[in-house]
Design a protein around this ligand. Structure first.
Ligand code: DX5
Ligand code: ZN
Length: 217
């Protein structure tokens, strides 16, 4: 199981210290929650903060765009060469074109689904993408309770993916208590906000604990 800590749950004014302390052997990606105040109620940060953050870590960025019209916002991140750019299916009428643009920029295209959106809607776009993000909370805030409906969605998606090379990521309310079940359902990457930024433990130690719970939980 790979771990992608969401910096939304970190001390955003001390990000430099947080990022520099992250151990790449424990933390696989850094999850950047971009929120526009329209698609979700909150504003978080955009490409400038993401660019500054990238200067303080070599860990690949996992960009999660919670924005309307991601076809306008997504290309702003191309020059930062993140590992993936993930946009919401609910937020665009042009998922194929955007996925192809992201891929042409040498970045893995990902599509995220809100809890109420059926994975069957991905049927015609699966060949265009390299990652699916299953939201296990309604997007917009960290620290929410995990929605159990995410587990059967992951199982269904895993079957639909078949032999395709597509990563499954889950996001929201994940900790030691449920990461094992997500691993068994077929999740490759887990986003961890509040369960990773839980002082006095360091995010790297928390990521190690989550990985061991994924194996044994
Ligand atoms: C929710 C964000 C998540 C969130 C995760 O809108 O997409 O990435 O920060 O935080 P936790 O793990 O606390 O639910
Ligand atoms: Zn997220």
């Amino acid at each position: 199981m790979k771990i992608s800590p969401s910096i939304l749950a970190a001390d955003m004014l001390d990000l430099k210290t947080t990022l520099r302390a992250m151990d790449p052997s424990a933390i696989d990606f850094i999850h950047m929650d971009v929120m526009d105040g329209h698609f979700v109620p909150q504003l978080s940060f955009g490409e400038r903060i993401t660019e500054l953050a990238a200067q303080h870590t070599k860990i690949p960025l996992d960009v999660h765009l919670m924005v309307d019209q991601p076809e306008l916002e997504g290309p702003k991140y191309f020059k930062l060469k993140p590992h993936n750019i993930t946009f919401h299916l609910e937020a665009t009428n042009f998922p194929v074109r955007l996925a192809r643009e992201i891929k042409s920029a040498g970045i893995l295209p990902g599509i995220a689904l809100n809890p109420g959106t059926s994975v069957s809607l991905l049927e015609n776009v699966l060949d265009e993408i390299g990652m699916v993000l299953i939201m296990s909370v309604e997007p917009g805030f960290y620290g929410q309770k995990f929605l159990e409906l995410a587990i059967p969605k992951v199982e269904q998606l895993k079957k639909m993916i078949g032999s395709r090379d597509i990563l499954i990521e889950a996001d929201g309310g994940i900790g030691e208590g449920n990461i094992g079940r997500l691993a068994r359902a077929g999740v490759d990457i887990v986003v961890a906000g509040s369960s990773c930024f839980a002082p006095p433990d360091s995010p790297s130690d928390r990521a190690r604990a989550l990985k061991s719970a994924a194996l044994n939980g």
